[in-house]
Design a protein around this ligand. Structure first.
Ligand SMILES: [Zn+2]
Length: 244
């Protein structure tokens, strides 16, 4: 087990780690497929994220610990190959019992990252469905955390960037090719929403990267491999996805 997480692990109670394991084993397919050693690191990272993030919900909606574990696991999944353990700017998560809308706006949301309130808002049914169907390339919490990573990466100083600049630039180059393909209707890998802008293309790619990695690699190998480099993991290797 990674020394850092072994030490962190000492701060969490045994029954807390066991609860985390039991919840993830039945809800998160990525976790379920990991090796025993990776599972240990994943659990500790999930608990670190959970304990350092403020979770809130509508007063009428009770957000229990297992729900927080599931939400936290999406963050750990996408950052499993990276050094980041928590979000600095977006460490407030607000959960609603259903889809929602904003004043003076007719759009209905299941999730959004609000740059003004610095909050991540998500509806519980959409989060749950994201994990219930693990291979449809739709996972709301992976999508929203994807946005957070881009925002936080932009705000960080050169030395504390989440992504290596070279890998990020390589990804951007491939993403721009892909964006043009979508505009020309020559896309069969990502859902159409990726054609909204590069920010959405990033999050939609991330959902596909984790939920349909073989299909993604087969049809868009260069874009797929740029994501492997960026996230330092290859989700096709289910037992041990991290690239050293
Ligand atoms: Zn989005």
């Amino acid at each position: 087990m990674n020394i850092k997480y072994k030490l962190f692990g000492l701060f969490f109670k045994q029954n807390s780690k066991l609860e985390c394991h039991n919840v993830l084993l039945t809800t998160n397919t990525y976790y379920k497929n990991l090796s025993k050693e990776n599972k240990k690191n994943f659990r500790i990272r999930t608990l670190i994220f959970l304990e350092t993030t403020n979770f809130n919900s509508d007063p009428e909606f009770h957000l229990d610990k297992s729900m927080k574990i599931i939400i936290s696991s999406a963050f750990v999944q996408i950052t499993f190959g990276l050094k980041i353990n928590t979000l600095n700017i977006f460490n407030n998560i607000f959960i609603t019992p259903r889809s929602y809308s904003y004043k003076n706006n007719t759009a209905i949301f299941d999730g959004d990252v609000n740059l003004y309130t610095k909050k991540i808002n998500m509806s519980w049914p959409a989060i749950e469905n994201g994990f219930k169907i693990p291979d449809d390339a739709i996972n709301l919490s992976i999508h929203e955390f994807g946005h957070c990573l881009i925002f936080e990466n932009t705000k960080r100083s050169y030395l504390s960037k989440i992504f290596k600049e070279k890998s990020f630039n390589q990804w951007k180059k491939q993403a721009e090719y892909k964006f043009q393909k979508i505009k020309l209707n020559k896309n069969k890998v990502l859902r159409d929403y990726a054609g909204t802008n590069l920010m959405e293309l990033f999050s939609v790619s991330l959902e596909t990267f984790f939920e349909k990695p073989e299909f993604f690699e087969k049809n868009e190998p260069i874009l797929y491999l740029s994501m492997v480099k960026l996230f330092k993991q290859d989700p096709r290797n289910k037992l041990n996805p991290i690239i050293k």
